[in-house]
Design a protein around this ligand. Structure first.
Ligand code: ZN
Length: 272
């Protein structure tokens, strides 16, 4: 089955992973800007990273027939440096017209600090000013419920925001309902260690019906599995779900959400 991974950090993956993903049916992916495994020292460090996301990775992906899209920001892990964050936010518009940029992300909270909130809100301003969709990282483990609440409150306080253009990622059983009830999109991240397994994701699809729901592998520097989305497809089939429901979650939903970004020009496989 053709599928789309809406959240995968390919800068941390090898070319062999691109080849494997293509063979597993991945036809498109989106890569939010995130931590590089180390704190970058200057705005030029981020400029080079954004060039990697808008120039290098699309070419690496295209070599395997995969369309690569991306989101730009300074992530919450580096947001404690507010002055560097402001310099990066001021530089991001240089890249918003690049053909694979879908919006601002993954912004969010990591340790739920005041500086993280300041930088989060300034990213929201940037997104609204430039009419961009938003992809949001919610904190992990014990901070998740509190951090997700803080994020949803900051989003809900801004009346200018179109909630159908906001994806709140890394939801789990205790956060998914509120994200969907408030009108946002929700993303589930399949991880071998923390976060969510394919079985738990299948449970959440069964509980919610799959509306406004996306599923991703994160595929990053930590222990992660870039082919986790096919694992979910397999689990849903094992449970006897209809192919149309599976396709909705792993293909139709990402296309519907990404289509809210003016740069999203998707070429389905059978149209070429
Ligand atoms: Zn991520």
């Amino acid at each position: 089955m053709d599928y789309i991974d809406p959240h995968i950090h390919m800068v941390s993956r090898t070319t062999d992973d691109y080849a494997t993903l293509a063979r597993m049916g991945c036809v498109a992916m989106s890569e939010p800007a995130f931590w590089a495994g180390y704190d970058r020292g200057s705005v030029d460090g981020f400029r080079d990273y954004f060039r990697q996301l808008t120039e290098t990775e699309p070419k690496r992906a295209a070599a395997y027939g995969i369309q690569h899209f991306t989101w730009l920001c300074i992530n919450a892990k580096e947001a404690e440096n507010v002055s560097l964050s402001r310099d990066v936010i001021a530089m991001i518009p240089e890249f918003l017209d690049a053909p694979n940029v879908l919006g601002i992300g993954e912004i969010g909270l990591n340790k739920n600090t005041r500086n993280e909130s300041i930088v989060f809100l300034e990213h929201l301003e940037l997104a609204i000013k430039h009419n961009q969709s938003i992809l949001i990282h919610t904190p992990h483990l014990e901070d998740k419920f509190q951090g997700t609440r803080m994020i949803l409150d900051m989003l809900s306080d801004d009346q200018r925001l179109d909630r159908t253009r906001v994806l709140v990622d890394h939801v789990e059983e205790h956060t998914i309902a509120e994200v969907l009830d408030r009108g946002f999109w929700a993303g589930m991240t399949l991880y071998p260690v923390t976060k969510c397994t394919p079985e738990r994701a299948a449970d959440m699809i069964e509980m919610t019906g799959g509306e406004r729901l996306l599923v991703n592998s994160a595929g990053d520097w930590g222990p992660s599995k870039p082919t986790a989305v096919p694992d979910l497809i397999f689990e849903l089939r094992r449970r006897g779900h209809r192919e149309s429901l599976i396709k909705k979650v792993v293909y139709d939903n990402p296309i519907e959400f990404f289509s809210k970004s003016s740069n999203f020009k998707f070429k389905p496989r059978d149209a070429s």
